[in-house]
Design a protein around this ligand. Structure first.
Ligand SMILES: [Zn+2]
Ligand SMILES: [Zn+2]
Length: 1077
């Protein structure tokens, strides 16, 4: 791979916490560029990136002024233009930190507040380009076209005196050469900083520099690389250019190698969870879900009670409140580190609700029993092991030909729409133990530690916007054993391989299936120097709707609106849909597949397949142990984005011209969360809305509509239509639309919660129902919509996988996009191979620097780990690395809390500009109180406070380290004693020297006071922003619990016209706000 020299010229910046949005930035900026300067049609992507990175780097400003202005504008106007430029390059707003850093380094000496004035002035002079609209839209603030030179040489009077042969231009040859080199190759700031760090390292030797870059290739192969395998697969000629051959080589890694690599990386291995399913109050991880607990491949497969071994799916008699009852063991779960038994309850004839008592049933009342749906509150119970009495023989009669003399079960008692019902026992997922068997290791390995691994596989197809020839299908692996906090990092998504264009997934995935079959039985592996017995099972597969259907053998939506989880068709969004009775179940689908395969003619075969909505071949994963319908959850990311887009389109088409104007006005002036990049115009750019943008817009739409929508805002015929449909007056129609958006937004927020309590789950279910009702009631277009229908299955997915975020593909799509964006930088001949080589190289470097063990010599490299520590910049912000700790030490301040590390303050601001009076009594008192809060009880000798715009730090949260960024005007949550979670706006960030001479960081805040009232339409709580001194305003920075996790919106009144009337101090907490990724 020619261009993949480590991060030179074009950093392959797979950064952590990359902000996900694939909007095409170039297009958006191209028109700005061209409206400024018609000659300058193309703005180089890299330059754009660089401009952003070196905001205050004069050299760049001079060089490319036009572009720079436009970007500066964005940056000022929206403060996060950063994202938007860098998204294309997969950068992120974590990068902000760098930028601030650079600014600080380049232009500012600490405490030198006044420098900032210059930059502000400069910006004020710039015109404002409105890039929301279609093109020729330069709005001039001053109406006056005075020309100015904004870039030129300094005149000789101002040239500083330098000597040497390169005077007056450069100080020396080195500077001159580097300047030219940077120009020639368009070196990015990051790449340059990395180079400087290398060159200036004390052990760096010029004589050791190799002259031939090809040598690096040889060195690459010395690293502990995961082997890349290849084989030839068939290519569908229809999809590829006519010159292609019928076969193509595909490249991939082995799942065994990936597992071995992960298990031998100590930083990863130490955090993996192996063990029984955990019954948690708050569900977050895969092991909090039913699947983990019930499957012998992941959870606890047996337990010995009174010298008898019990397995899940066995029937027992147990004691409940002193009474003996029948039950079915669902799983053996851990509660507070103690193994307990989760039992599905069984009822007798006499315990059935009265309406089920009949003569027919009473005949068998002594032998027939009923399972209670385990997902009902009364359906399951957790028992201590001592409450288990004995096993009992009960037969589940799924097949009427079975005749039994023992106790039997034919029906399940369940509830639909609040009513008790009975359904056939075949209409339930079989227990996972009925699909999966766990084989014990062969005798020589009996005593080895067994590690069970949960595999989550994700397939991203070529995508809608494929540029045919260079399209890339990616298959990615995650281990469900990793805690969520780790799984969400880009670097913890593992590449299995890339499906070549025209190649078929089924064909590609064969080696994986073969390995997995072996892994289901178990294999011997050396883990951290110790032999272990490794078992791995397929936990879940995720893919977009059409591919997801392919993977489960269900026909795609366009055929007959096929749902891969149930048989709903035209009735897909009916409020009364009885999902349990129409779900697809593995054992039933098996019979249907059999019917398809035994058909005598091709025609008959196709007809049967069509009738069942199934494909004519078995899904490839059927060779593994799984329940194809249960383990292929629909992804919330696509569902929510699809639903929101639909609603957005419907809403916008209803708007009258006045409605559009009002809407756009409020949309433009809306106080978006600061960390967001700017959203495209929803009216003119609706079609190009990326999924992440749609999801974000959904979070603020209720507020924007609440501000902008009046009865004149709808087209007359739309208003009439709605009035007829929902039989309300015009004002009520408007309110109904706003409320509808509020429900959809609340639903999305609940769906994306990263951990779910029981209350959350109940609320989620309630809102999903509400959402279906309101959407179908208001809009015909939602009737039968697959995206809306899919929400019927979400509560099942929550139970199966713990949360919905666990199986969401947002982050996975981002990983795939990173590789897709890398394609143009390969030689385009052997894309898949090149990308994999690049990937294995990065993983090898990561492995070594994490202290990973080289399988060839079972050693780890101390030198490499040290290298990583020494070269903070080189290894920083690289997707393969943990973010580096060391930073500019000068700005670092002490932390009064052990949960906060590496607190760095950035971008000094003058105290004058903060509007904070530091000479007041209340300031002094509050500061003293703040010191007291961490145990300092002394008078404050030092009077100076130095203020900053930003702070960053590493916070320990629930055993995970999180890099946080704080800036002025952020809303933060603070725990207040005896009160709980409270909200405050950061008005100032400053450091103060304590009496012991150490510098400590503080925040100055305005509090939001909860007035315990909700907004009537939006149902969001109302708060009052307090500017006064009623409450203490200064705290150590370390009181902050969370940053940017909440969003507040002005509760506008009629006096909010062009600007918000700030005398009105009422604000709404945006309860629809969440982080989609
Ligand atoms: Zn369905
Ligand atoms: Zn307002």
């Amino acid at each position: 791979m020619r261009k993949s020299r480590l991060s030179l010229t074009k950093p392959f910046s797979l950064r952590e916490s990359t902000n996900f949005s694939g909007r095409n930035i170039l297009q958006r900026h191209r028109h700005i560029g061209s409206s400024l300067n018609t000659d300058n049609k193309e703005i180089n992507e890299t330059e754009l990136q660089d401009e952003m990175e070196v905001e205050s780097d004069n050299y760049h400003n001079e060089k490319n002024n036009d572009d720079d202005i436009s970007i500066r504008e964005n940056n000022d106007y929206y403060s996060e233009a950063d994202n938007y430029i860098s998204e294309e390059n997969n950068d992120n707003y974590g990068k902000e930190a760098d930028d601030y850093d650079e600014e600080a380094d380049d232009n500012h000496i600490e405490d030198d507040d006044d420098n900032y004035g210059e930059e502000d002035d400069y910006n004020d002079e710039n015109v404002y380009y409105d890039d929301d609209d279609n093109g020729d839209n330069i709005i001039d603030d001053n109406d006056n076209y005075e020309e100015k030179i904004v870039d030129s040489s300094i005149d000789s009077d101002h040239m500083s005196n330098i000597n040497g042969s390169f005077a007056p231009y450069f100080e020396n040859l080195t500077s001159a050469l580097l300047f030219c080199w940077v120009q020639k190759h368009n070196i990015s700031t990051n790449a340059y900083n990395d180079l400087v760090e290398i060159l200036q390292h004390q052990k760096f030797e010029v004589k050791d520099v190799v002259k031939n870059i090809r040598r690096f290739r040889q060195w690459r192969n010395r690293l502990p690389l995961m082997p890349i395998r290849t084989r030839s697969i068939k290519i569908n000629l229809k999809k590829t250019p006519s010159t292609s051959k019928g076969t193509k080589l595909c490249y991939y890694l082995s799942i065994r190698d990936i597992i071995q690599n992960i298990l031998n990386n100590p930083l990863l291995y130490d955090k993996l969870y192996f063990g029984p399913g955990i019954e948690a109050e708050e569900k977050k991880e895969y092991w909090h879900g039913d699947l983990w607990a019930e499957s012998p491949l992941f959870g606890q497969e047996k337990i010995t009670i009174n010298r008898e071994i019990y397995y899940p799916n066995e029937f027992i008699i147990y004691k409940e409140n002193g009474k003996r009852r029948f039950g079915r063991i669902r799983s053996i779960v851990s509660i507070n580190d103690e193994l307990q038994i989760k039992i599905q309850r069984i009822c007798t004839y006499y315990e059935l609700p009265n309406n089920f008592h009949s003569n027919v049933r009473s005949i068998t009342s002594e032998s027939q029993l009923w399972l209670i749906d385990q997902h009902l509150e009364e359906g399951s119970i957790i028992a201590n092991t001592y409450e288990i009495i004995k096993k009992v023989d009960i037969t589940i009669v799924r097949d009427s030909t079975i005749i039994t003399n023992s106790l039997f079960i034919k029906e399940i008692l369940y509830k639909n729409n609040g009513h008790w019902k009975l359904r056939d026992v075949t209409l339930d997922y079989m227990h996972l133990c009925e699909y999966s068997t766990l084989s014990s290791p062969p005798s020589p390995y009996n005593n080895l530690r067994i590690l069970k691994i949960f595999i989550d596989i994700y397939y991203d197809d070529f995508g809608t916007y494929r540029n045919t020839y260079h399209s890339l299908g990616g298959v990615y692996i995650q281990l469900g054993n990793m805690p969520f906090e780790m799984r969400k990092h880009l670097r913890n998504h593992f590449v299995l391989g890339f499906v070549p264009f025209g190649g078929c997934f089924k064909d590609f995935i064969h080696p994986f299936i073969k390995d997995m079959k072996q892994l289901e039985k178990g294999i011997l592996m050396n883990v951290q120097g110790r032999d272990c017995w490794i078992i791995a099972g397929l936990g879940c597969i995720t893919a977009d709707l059409p591919q997801g259907n392919d993977l489960t053998g269900v026909k795609r939506h366009n055929a007959i609106r096929g749902c891969r989880t149930c048989l709903a068709k035209e009735n897909a969004t009916d409020i009364t849909l009885d999902i349990a009775s129409i779900s697809r179940y593995h054992h039933i689908t098996n019979i249907q597949f059999k019917n398809i395969f035994t058909a005598l003619t091709l025609e008959e075969r196709n007809n049967i397949a069509k009738e069942y909505g199934l494909q004519t071949s078995l899904p490839i994963f059927d060779q593994l142990q799984w329940e194809r319908h249960l383990q292929s959850p629909q992804d919330i990311y696509h569902i929510i984005a699809g639903k929101t887009l639909k609603l957005l389109k419907l809403t916008i088409t209803m708007l009258s011209p006045e409605g559009e104007r009002n809407f756009i006005r409020e949309w433009k002036s809306f106080e978006y969360p600061k960390q967001w990049s700017k959203l495209p115009n929803p009216i003119s750019h609706l079609e190009s809305f990326m999924m992440s943008d749609r999801i974000r817009l959904g979070m603020v739409m209720p507020f924007i509509l609440n501000r902008s929508l009046t009865i004149n805002c709808l087209k007359q015929q739309e208003m009439d239509k709605l009035q007829r449909r929902i039989k309300l007056n015009r004002n009520q129609v408007i309110n109904a639309i706003i409320k509808c958006w509020a429900i959809v937004a609340k639903c999305s927020q609940l769906t994306f919660k990263i951990s779910l309590t029981i209350d959350d789950r109940i609320e989620l279910e309630r809102y999903l129902k509400k959402e279906r009702e309101v959407l179908v009631e208001l809009f015909d277009d939602f009737v039968g919509l697959p995206n809306l229908h899919a929400s019927y299955h979400l509560s099942r997915h929550v139970r199966t996988f713990g949360t919905l975020v666990n199986t969401a593909v947002g982050m996975k799509e981002m990983v795939h996009r990173i590789f897709k964006n890398k394609v143009p930088h390969t030689n385009c001949k052997n894309i898949e191979f090149d990308l994999l080589k690049y990937y294995t190289t990065l993983q090898a470097i990561r492995h070594l620097s994490d202290g990973g063990i080289d399988p060839r010599n079972l050693q780890h490299s101390v030198e490499f780990t040290n290298l990583f520590q020494d070269f903070s910049h080189l290894f920083k912000d690289w997707f393969i690395m943990e973010s580096s700790e060391t930073d500019n030490k000068e700005f670092k301040v002490c932390s009064p809390s052990s949960y906060f590390r590496n607190i760095i303050l950035r971008k000094p601001v003058s105290v004058r500009n903060t509007n904070i009076g530091i000479d007041t009594v209340s300031f002094r008192t509050d500061l003293a109180l703040a010191y007291e809060s961490f145990g300092y009880n002394s008078s404050l000798i030092n009077k100076t406070c130095n203020f900053y715009e930003y702070a960053s730090y590493i916070q320990d949260m629930h055993n995970a380290e999180v890099q946080c960024h704080l800036s002025i005007d952020d809303v933060v949550t603070i725990q207040v004693a005896d009160y709980g979670e409270s909200y405050a706006v950061i008005k100032g960030i400053f450091k103060h020297k304590s009496n012991d001479g150490y510098l400590y960081p503080f925040i100055y805040v305005d509090w939001f006071e909860d007035i315990c009232k909700n907004h009537d339409k939006l149902e969001c709580p109302i708060f009052v922003l307090r500017h006064d001194d009623t409450y203490c305003k200064i705290f150590p920075l370390t009181v902050i619990e969370k940053v940017q996790k909440v969003h507040f919106v002005h509760d506008c009144n009629s006096r909010c016209k062009d600007n918000h009337n700030l005398e009105n101090k009422h604000y709404l907490r945006n309860d629809f706000f969440f982080k989609a990724i």
